[in-house]
Write a protein that binds this ligand. Sequence first.
Ligand code: ZN
Length: 138
Amino acid sequence: MKGMSERFVRLSVVALLGVVLLAVALLLVPRLGKSGQPEATFDEGAPLDVRNRYPAQCPVHATPLADDTVPVSYGLPDFAPVFAGDSYGRQMDLFPYAEVKYANGCVISDDSPWRAQVRYCSDCRDARSAYFADGQRQ
Ligand SMILES: [Zn+2]
């Protein structure tokens, strides 16, 4: 009989631990996105305003920059060369103020912004679109 009750207590402890772990998992899962980072929507929080960091006009196209609100990215840029010999520097030479998103460094916290108010050049955005459309044909 003593052996039976010890086994019962051991099973109960294991079951209790299982329930606790399941509860913790259920609490955490809704807060995490697929990447393991907190899920965020673009409606949350005030956007980061970086519009004072831009020149009045694009140095490549001489086009006056316009206001826009774009997603903020964190971590290493997802730059992918599309042409042989391509580089981030070359893209910056061709369309320096496309500003389709704003890279805000690698440090992320609970109150990190997910949108940024930027200024962009419409000709840079056209050049960027054409550049990547060409790249996909190769
Ligand atoms: Zn431009």
